[in-house]
Design a protein around this ligand. Structure first.
Ligand code: ASP
Length: 229
């Protein structure tokens, strides 16, 4: 009897606390040895969305994305401003060391030995996401990630970009993606799935597969979860 929006947030928060995944605790490290977290949530019923990028002190970045959606007039906040908004809104704060796991630290040390590639494919796919439909037919999507190992210059991937890594629209679909973010952004992947459903009359499964193929066609790789009404 709960809402799809509450469900996707609850699911992602569990995964953010689990050290196995590249989100919240267990996030990958940036080139300079920090954890910078990205997250987004979208309510398919209202078409409202919230996102944060490069946050460093909020235990549950997905909760902060939801606060942006519900307690600010904005869709996306970044970096120190987003950290300040989190504190102001009373979200649970942690020392940045909360996010650190030895495995991810070793990943960074390995990356530092040989970082010819701008994007390290071995550390992708640990992003977490959830999609849901509730008893009233409302759709929602949520995504949370540490991004890519060795990211720098304030790099932001697809996860917190509405329409790229996260999207939900009632009557169409809800989508959360993982993979080579730069390519998912360029294919507007999450929105593309929904547009294929709405405009092409494709099933959600067909639309998801065609979208992943379109990401692959420009050199990207990854996956997505999607649900229809
Ligand atoms: N898509 C994420 C990003 O590019 C990474 C991932 O899914 O693992 O930031």
């Amino acid at each position: 009897g709960g809402s799809a929006l509450d469900a996707v947030q609850a699911a992602v928060q569990v995964l953010e606390d689990a050290p196995l995944f590249n989100a919240g605790r267990g996030a990958v490290f940036t080139a300079d040895g920090r954890n910078e977290l990205d997250a987004a949530i979208m309510d398919g019923k209202t078409q409202k969305a919230g996102a944060v990028a490069g946050v460093t002190r909020t235990r549950h970045p997905i909760a902060l994305a939801r606060a942006v959606m519900e307690q600010s007039p904005h869709v996306m906040l970044t970096g120190t401003g987003a950290d300040a908004f989190s504190l102001e809104k009373g979200l649970e704060q942690v020392d940045p060391s909360w996010f650190r796991t030895e495995q991810r630290w070793q990943d960074l040390l390995n990356w530092r030995k040989d970082h010819q590639a701008g994007i390290d494919p071995t550390h992708m796919y640990g992003t977490v996401g959830a999609v849901a439909v509730d008893g009233d037919g409302n759709l929602a999507a949520a995504t949370s990630t540490g991004g890519t190992t060795g990211k720098r210059w304030g790099r932001v991937g697809d996860s917190p970009i509405i329409g790229a890594g996260t999207y939900a629209k009632n009557g169409q679909c809800a989508v959360s993606a993982t993979g080579t973010g730069e390519y998912f952004i360029r294919e507007s992947a999450a929105r593309q799935v929904c547009d294929r459903v709405a405009w092409h009359g494709e099933s959600v499964a067909q639309a998801a597969e065609a979208t992943i193929k379109s990401v692959g066609a420009i050199g990207g790789d990854g996956g997505l979860i999607a649900i229809g009404p």
